[in-house]
Design a protein around this ligand. Structure first.
Ligand SMILES: Nc1ncnc2c1ncn2[C@@H]1O[C@H](COP(=O)(O)OP(=O)(O)OP(=O)(O)O)[C@@H](O)[C@H]1O
Ligand SMILES: [Mg+2]
Length: 229
């Protein structure tokens, strides 16, 4: 299986060498766990280190806002946009019927190899029928595969939920799943990452601590963490 380097120190080791190329990975977790940061790191490093073009589809946060936040990590997305090899697509979830077409043309225009969808949670604002949503997310995954993109789709774990994603279907259409946790244990907050599933490959099934520091996200593959039962 061919791999792409995620650009996240420590993560490739947990995934048996990297994210499977041309596949769809679900990144999920509770609010504020660093999903947008991880995705930005994936496209930024993909471009810098591997000359892979990118597209970042955002539903909720305006690109200007993401760009400003990511500057803190030294990732200059404004300059990247000027090269024409990376672009943000801001999508209004109330118009989500043709989102697949819009994303597809963005990918073709940039010849993008790395794609982010942040996040599918917003789709439900417009599409209320769960069956339709499931079909829509499935079609999205088919399109990405057809265009040979390595993609990260973001979902979220609603507070108090036992599930993995907003709609309970995202983890089934994705080839791999990475979950981010932020938990208070005995008065201190812990950030933990787990590779939940990885089709056709061996991977760590443990929880590993990660940090969000001045150069982004960093996972410690040598250390194991625990959640409350
Ligand atoms: N420059 C920074 N240095 C260190 N930590 C940061 C920095 N910027 C953000 N963080 C941490 O990352 C968290 C949010 O990151 P991010 O926006 O990537 O999360 P998210 O999972 O996408 O959030 P949401 O669920 O709101 O979409 C912040 O709450 C903060 O703890
Ligand atoms: Mg976010």
């Amino acid at each position: 299986m061919e791999r792409v380097k995620t650009g996240i120190p420590g993560l490739d080791e947990l995934m048996g060498g990297g994210m499977p190329r041309n596949q769809l990975m679900l990144l999920t977790g509770t609010a504020g766990t660093g999903k947008t940061t991880l995705c930005s790191q994936f496209v930024f490093q993909g471009f810098k280190r591997h000359q892979e073009n990118g597209v970042y589809l955002t539903f909720e946060e305006p690109p200007e806002y993401i760009k400003e936040n990511m500057k803190e990590f030294g990732w200059d997305f404004a300059s990247l946009e000027k090269t024409g090899k990376f672009s943000y697509i801001k999508y209004d979830p109330y118009r989500s019927d043709d989102v697949i077409e819009i994303l597809e043309s963005g990918i073709r225009e940039n010849e993008a190899k790395r794609v982010v969808i942040d996040s599918v949670s917003a789709l439900g604002l417009h599409i209320r029928d769960p069956e339709e949503l499931r079909r829509m997310i499935f079609s999205l995954s088919i399109m990405l595969r057809r265009l040979k993109c390595s993609a990260i789709m973001v979902s979220e774990i609603p507070p108090g939920s036992q599930g993995l994603s907003r709609y309970g279907v995202e983890e089934f259409v994705s080839d791999s799943v990475v979950v981010l946790y932020y938990e208070r244990i005995q008065g201190t907050f812990n950030r933990l990452l787990q590779v939940w599933k990885l089709r056709g490959s061996n991977h760590s099934d443990k929880l590993h601590p990660y940090t969000i520091g001045k150069d982004g996200i960093r996972v410690n593959p040598m250390e194991e963490g625990f959640l409350r039962e």
